[in-house]
Design a protein around this ligand. Structure first.
Ligand code: ADP
Ligand code: 5SP
Length: 461
């Protein structure tokens, strides 16, 4: 059996799956935690990748590997290849002011949407580079090359400085429409043009895992280009036109596979490229699964009890609304916002009402993201850690006003990366047709009052 490995180096952890290249059957897997915080030494991702790989039984029998990872993170390297400073992650909002400045300097949001498919907010790499140039000029001067988390891990494994269309499209200096870097914008933002990784096509080779990398290898392990985690998830879950995927991980995302590039001057929809040669319009929120985690922590309960409580309270939580801007927010663009509770009364001051309000508030927030895509899909697929919550699955159709489909719980980012690795081996115009498990359909009567009440208070702070 030929094996392939897929890596998901996401915000909270690194996951590795090892699958049969032909059928996609899961053979073994492992995971390791990432450190907390919105700036992280990339060496911690490397340590976690090696640990997760070790727990997955290593690379024995593996012929190809691909890395999916959190998008946008700024990894600066000096002329010797050493990391200049900790990487600033997608959820680090310190560059919000730089983002606003850059939008104004180029002549407004429409100009950015036309140039690179997206209007940059603090998440985008280009804004982090502006922040670095302004606040840490010494680090900026030492920066000879810039890359993203998946590029850096691929480089550590194989020594080639490469990226892919999907991840490049989250930088703010690569255009999905033309397929080329906008180094002029990089210069505007950073005042210099550091070296950038070569953008590979969806199944171009990215070198081989080197024995010197520190990962035990017996045979040749070819590297696929890798991609951003959302692009990998689209490939892993087998998303097709007509599907919208809503991922409830550290970030909340709503995205769809599209045949052509998009450019939303309103700035809500990021016009990304995908990992198959197509496109991936995507709306991203800073707040998602950790909203549930935070509410469960306040209530002093675990996930099962939290779900039970949320499902005990009435729909609408008696008017109690939780606006979940716990880490500031990206969509809507409110980097300094905080969360809030509205409608607290004696009657709603119960653990069940609080749990229900947290689930409904998060789902209203994600439904706003879904609406921003402006699509009427045949299927809405819920994935990510938060989709493991029974309360989320059962309340989602009432809030979204349509059935939702929940695939078997799994590591869809790592799976997508593994499928990319299998594609490298198989060749051909399309990725290998792996069987994806059946998605379970959840239905409920729509309760439009939940979103109406949320809309009333969401802007009140
Ligand atoms: N049963 C569950 N109920 C609610 N949240 C969950 C559950 N299982 C996992 N999570 C949450 O999912 C998140 C991790 O999801 P994941 O998609 O792996 O995120 P990421 O890829 O961003 O690291 C964590 O915040 C975790 O608390
Ligand atoms: O910034 C985005 C998408 O634009 C995020 O979706 C990151 O890619 C992080 O993803 P997770 O760790 O939540 O999977």
């Amino acid at each position: 059996m030929t094996l392939v490995a897929g890596v998901d180096s996401s915000t909270q952890s690194c996951k590795v799956v090892i699958r049969d290249a032909r059928t996609g059957a899961l053979v073994r897997q492992g995971r390791a935690a990432h450190p907390e915080g919105t700036e992280v030494d990339p060496e911690a991702w490397w340590t976690a990748l090696r640990e997760a790989l070790d727990r997955a039984g290593g690379l024995e029998g593996v012929e190809s590997l691909s890395v999916g990872a959190q998008q946008h993170g700024m990894v600066c390297l000096d002329s010797s290849g050493a990391v200049v400073r900790k990487a600033l992650l997608w959820n680090d909002t310190r560059s919000a002011g730089a983002a606003a400045d850059l939008v104004e300097e180029l002549g407004g949001p429409r100009r950015w949407a036309e140039a690179v498919g997206s209007v940059p907010v603090a998440s985008f790499t280009v804004t982090k580079l502006r922040w670095l140039a302004e606040h840490e000029p010494g680090s900026a001067r030492r920066t000879a090359r810039v890359c993203l988390p998946h590029d850096w891990l691929t480089w550590r494994l194989g020594g080639e400085f490469v990226t892919d269309r999907g991840d490049a499209s989250g930088t703010g200096y690569w255009s999905p429409a033309t397929g080329s870097y906008r180094t002029d914008l990089l210069r505007v933002a950073f005042g210099a043009e550091p070296g950038l990784p070569t953008v590979l096509g969806p199944r171009d080779p990215a070198g081989e895992v080197r024995a010197a990398a520190g990962v035990p290898v017996t045979g040749t392990v070819r590297l696929a280009p890798g991609t951003g985690d959302n692009m990998a998830a689209a490939l892993g879950v087998g998303a097709e036109p007509g599907d919208v995927v809503v991922s409830i991980g550290t970030s909340g995302t709503a995205f769809a596979v599209a045949g052509g590039p998009s450019a939303d001057p309103g700035g809500l929809v990021a016009g990304f490229a995908d990992a198959t040669g197509r496109f991936l319009p995507l709306v991203c929120t800073l707040n998602a699964a950790r909203v549930l985690q935070a509410a469960a922590q306040v209530l002093g309960v675990g996930t099962d009890e939290f779900d039970r409580l949320a499902l005990t309270a009435p729909a609408g939580a008696g008017g109690l609304v939780h606006v979940p801007y716990l880490e500031g927010e990206r969509t809507p663009n409110l980097p300094g916002a905080t969360g809030s509770l509205h409608g607290l009364t004696l009657a709603t001051s119960t653990p069940a009402h609080l749990a229900r309000a947290a689930v409904e508030g998060l789902l209203c927030h994600l439904a706003d993201a879904f609406d921003a895509l402006g699509l009427d899909p045949a299927r809405v697929l819920l994935i990510g850690g938060g989709a493991r919550s029974e309360a989320v699955r059962r309340i989602a159709p009432a809030v979204f006003g349509r059935p939702v489909f929940v695939p078997e719980p799994g590591e869809y980012v790592a799976d997508g990366a593994a499928r990319q690795a299998a594609w490298l081996l198989a060749g051909g115009d399309e990725p290998p047709a792996w069987e994806t498990g059946a998605a379970r359909r959840y239905e409920a009567d729509p309760v439009p009052e939940i979103r109406a009440r949320y809309a009333e208070v969401r802007g009140l702070g």
